[in-house]
Design a protein around this ligand. Structure first.
Ligand SMILES: Cc1ncc(COP(=O)(O)O)c(C=O)c1O
Length: 400
């Protein structure tokens, strides 16, 4: 995307460069210094009492936990990009998943969770939520408007993730959001893959947007951070209060580091996107590969949906290898022969990564039936020709 996120006003690169900083208030320095601190001092009792009543997005600062100049700037940037009423930054992407769920659900409630969710999100639904008296049903990510009959009288939230973690299904977000709205059910989406530069869920009717800023926004694999962006005041207040009461907090160093990463998000994401497509097309041409799971490829079953709703892709995709007679030994040889792909979790940084996963025991709706190994590639900012050469060499080495 080269224009503005909503077609009006300055283009996205301009907004990323010029929003959320005020050099005049910083002696002319371009970036806001890091404001570490817990205690904020008030000159008078009146000022202290007034600060307790103000909006933490705009009013005087009260206490470190409730915000600081660095978290406030980052939240302003994020809310603007998503077109939301406000954002809440927290210490990790996983905290950004748990906070809106805990803010929305109470004992006796029912949650509909996509079966393609991030592993620890599933774990939260299976461990903590049942202890709180919340029941979860995992639904087929491709269900679309067919989710309606799954909604019960006590269904309070529908959680989406598109594309899904590891398996990359695209969800019909507008259809699900429409059905949910008609039944007064809160919708939440983990939009980490797309970022607001590629998909803006609030425009498609979603109430709360989750970002693991650990990935593309920060972009250097050196911090953990998360955020929730709320469509309106009510949702924002609910999430903000829940984050505060649980003591969630985003460190000003990390907020500043993330904002620095976001200044270059547009150019980095374009490079991740182009290189990932080049690598995905290469993999599609290989006999060792059964299927490439990249929504921007016409071979992807949800390609039409992706084209309809997204303005581009990022640099993360999956692939299923054909089963090999040497099984794990072959997979091990392939992965360990790679020179530029690190083996490790997370993504969105400058360096390429690969992880193998087995989702056969977790995926139920529908069950995962692919027989070959499932890989996830994060394509970094290296020269894609080197990555392709590396993959070709590793395929050859695995045979030898
Ligand atoms: C889709 C998705 N959501 C959330 C998270 C959690 O982010 P964090 O690692 O910052 O807790 C991850 C992490 O890999 C993720 O892949």
């Amino acid at each position: 995307m080269s224009g503005s996120t909503d077609g009006t006003g300055p283009g996205i690169g301009t907004r990323l460069a010029h929003t959320a900083r005020d050099p005049r208030a910083q002696h002319g320095f371009v970036n806001t210094p890091i404001h570490r601190g817990s205690t904020v001092l008030f000159p008078t009792l009146d000022a202290l009492e007034a600060a307790m009543r103000v909006d933490t997005r705009t009013g005087p600062f009260v206490y470190g936990l409730m915000g600081n100049p660095n978290s406030r700037e980052l939240e302003a940037m994020l809310a603007g990009l998503d077109g939301g009423a406000g954002a809440v930054v927290v210490e990790s992407g996983l905290a950004a998943v748990s906070v809106p769920l805990l803010a929305t659900l109470s004992a006796g409630d029912h949650l509909l969770m996509t079966d393609s969710c991030y592993g620890p999100t599933r774990w939260l639904c299976k461990s903590v939520l049942p202890r709180m008296g919340v029941e979860t049903d995992f639904y087929d990510p491709r269900i679309g408007a067919g989710i309606e009959p799954l909604i019960r009288g006590n269904t309070r939230a529908i959680f989406m993730e598109s594309p899904g973690s590891l398996t990359f299904e695209i969800q019909d977000v507008p259809a699900i959001a429409r059905v949910a709205r008609a039944r007064a059910v809160t919708t939440i989406i983990d939009n980490t893959w797309a970022t607001p530069l590629r998909f803006r869920p609030i425009e498609h009717g979603v109430d709360l947007v989750v970002h693991a800023l650990t990935k593309y926004q920060s972009g250097n694999s050196d911090i953990l951070l998360g955020a929730i962006v709320a469509r309106d005041e009510d949702h924002w207040k609910r999430v903000k209060q829940c984050a505060e009461v649980h003591g969630h907090y985003a460190h000003p160093d990390d907020c500043s580091t993330c904002l620095r990463g976001m200044r270059s998000l547009e150019v980095r994401l374009a490079r991740h996107e182009q290189s990932a497509l080049a690598v995905a097309r290469f993999l599609e041409s290989r006999a060792e590969v059964a299927r490439v799971l990249h929504p921007a490829l016409p071979s992807h079953p949800d390609h039409a949906l992706w084209r309809r709703d997204f303005t581009g892709a990022s640099g993360l995709f999956g692939c299923v290898l054909r089963p090999h007679p040497r099984g794990r030994a072959h997979l091990k040889a392939f992965l360990e022969s790679l020179r530029y792909f690190g083996m490790g979790f997370s993504w969105g940084g400058f360096e390429s990564l690969v992880v193998a996963s087995d989702v056969r025991s977790s995926r139920q709706s529908p069950p995962w039936t692919e027989e070959g190994p499932l890989l996830r590639f994060q394509i970094g900012l290296e020269d894609p020709r080197d990555l392709i050469t590396d993959l070709a060499a590793a395929f050859a080495a695995a045979e030898g």
